[in-house]
Design a protein around this ligand. Structure first.
Ligand code: OOG
Ligand code: NI
Length: 466
């Protein structure tokens, strides 16, 4: 069969993310409300700020805004992570980054499956934050082996999904019919199941050890626990959520509001309380409930270099040290004020971010530059070319996650009293062994995008690379 007959992985990803969105909207109606709110606010933001609209259009991001979302799942055993990597690879999603959340009292480590290259990101940047439970962090040995035993019995993929993954690997792609079938089969793994695989008593024991452990161990599969649309104005959405009957968490995670957004800002709202049938429940009574699923929104900004990231981490740590948000979130405003104050030390104009090499940019030749190149041999440094208006620099958007924010999202949806400190060290090597592949380094990817754009721009301006 010729490879022409294969559906492009980017298209399979779009099919999958839209099927997932439909499924989640029917399972969690508030998600639909949130999507409407986000889309309205994005629209008015674009109307109010034509420069933003122009920059997004220039970066090829304008069409992707409504497609944008990320989701999250939590897996229970190494082979699940291994096969999840194979499943996502069929849709052009690859593991990027290693996040150790045990330092924040959440017994998991994680990666993000996402598209990597420029074209794929433009077509559809759908990503899934994927965590693996670290059973070794359960202190009680009996409970740990009970959890292991329960997980050993489950198979989270349908037989046809595994078959289609194998076919995609063997043949180098899937035909239209196979791709449609693949999306339907893959979706099954992410579906919510109201039937638990354990008794209420076992659920409660695991829940007492950590709510997250119960969430992973007691169900047939890794239900998608949230889907997150991208907003262009997170403060506006946060403010309007209560008007639509949605109660957001106390603070927005990440950097403060700025004129040049950096990295990622996120906020979420509480999980649904879902009815669960446990093994041994009488047919006519549903006694159990479980909260797992929630809503989240995110606003993405420019990707930072290692140096920019160091500055971000330092300022954030200083803020968190100065104001610890209390359980009810009554001092949320103090935290926000502190955050804004501390982040005054972070330059807030793109030119300074670029010249000081704090953030990554995508370079392109301007019309004036191309015209000038026809007449003269252009020379000069990158900065000089930008100053002359021959070279244009647009922000490269951050496509990844932030461990401190992720921990905050986990915690606010697990109940904020669940702080535990695990002494066990982070272990990327063990994670990658389970995954069956190394994770890519996010900074290398951004640096590569910047360099590629610069090479192409200089070439278009007739300037030889040295
Ligand atoms: C994942 C939480 C992390 C984010 O956006 O940082 C996350 C989870 O609760 O499973 O999704
Ligand atoms: Ni999330």
């Amino acid at each position: 069969m010729s490879t022409d007959a294969f559906v492009h992985p980017d298209e399979i990803r779009s099919m999958f993310s839209s099927a997932m969105s439909d499924m989640y909207r029917s399972e969690v109606p508030q998600y639909g409300t949130l999507m409407e709110l986000v889309s309205e606010i994005n629209q008015s933001k674009l109307e109010a700020e034509p420069e933003l609209a122009d920059s997004l259009a220039h970066n090829g991001e304008l069409e992707r805004i409504d497609l944008e979302r990320h989701g999250a799942i939590r897996l229970g055993k190494p082979e699940e992570l291994f096969n999840m990597r194979r499943l996502f690879a069929v849709m052009g999603m690859h593991p990027v980054g290693y996040y150790d959340l045990s330092v924040a009292g959440v017994p998991v480590h994680s990666t993000a499956f996402r598209p990597i290259d420029e074209e794929a990101l433009k077509r559809n940047p759908f990503r899934v934050f994927t965590s693996l439970l670290r059973l070794e962090l359960i202190e009680d040995e009996d409970l740990r082996s009970e959890a292991e035993g329960i997980l050993a019995k489950r198979d989270i993929f349908t037989a046809d999904a595994i078959k289609l993954i194998y076919l995609a690997e063997k043949n180098g792609g899937l035909t239209r019919t196979q791709a449609e079938q693949f999306v339907a089969e893959a979706l099954e793994t992410f579906r919510w199941h109201s039937d638990s695989t354990v008794t209420l008593e076992t659920y409660q024991k695991l829940h007492d050890a950590h709510r997250l452990i119960a969430d992973v161990v007691c169900f047939k599969g890794p239900h998608i626990n949230h889907l997150t649309p991208r907003t262009l104005d997170i403060d506006a959405v946060q403010q309007d959520m209560p008007k639509r009957g949605i109660t957001p968490k106390a603070i927005v995670e990440g950097p403060p509001a700025r004129s040049c957004p950096i990295l990622l800002r996120q906020t979420s709202f509480k999980a649904l309380e879902e009815r669960v049938n446990f093994i041994g429940d009488r047919r006519d009574e549903t006694v159990g409930t479980h909260t797992a699923r929630f809503g989240e929104i995110e606003q993405r900004g420019i990707a930072l270099t290692a140096e920019g990231r160091k500055l971000y981490d330092t300022l954030l740590a200083a803020t968190r040290h100065a104001v610890q948000i209390n359980v009810g979130g009554s001092n949320a405003r103090d935290y926000e004020t502190e955050l804004v104050e501390r982040f005054r030390a972070f330059p807030d104009d793109y030119e300074t971010l670029r010249v000081e090499k704090l953030a990554f940019f995508r370079y392109s030749p301007t019309k004036a530059g191309l015209n000038a190149a026809k007449k003269d041999d252009l020379t000069g440094s990158i900065n000089a070319l930008v100053d002359q208006g021959y070279l244009r620099a647009d922000p490269i958007i951050y496509e990844d996650f932030l461990p401190v924010s992720a921990a905050g999202i986990f915690q606010s949806n697990l109940g904020s009293d669940e702080q535990k400190n695990y002494s066990e060290q982070s272990n990327q090597k063990v994670f990658e062994d389970s995954l069956g592949a190394p994770v890519s380094d996010e900074l290398d990817l951004y640096a590569g995008l910047e360099q590629d754009s610069l090479n192409a721009a200089l070439e278009a301006l007739g300037i030889r690379k040295n």
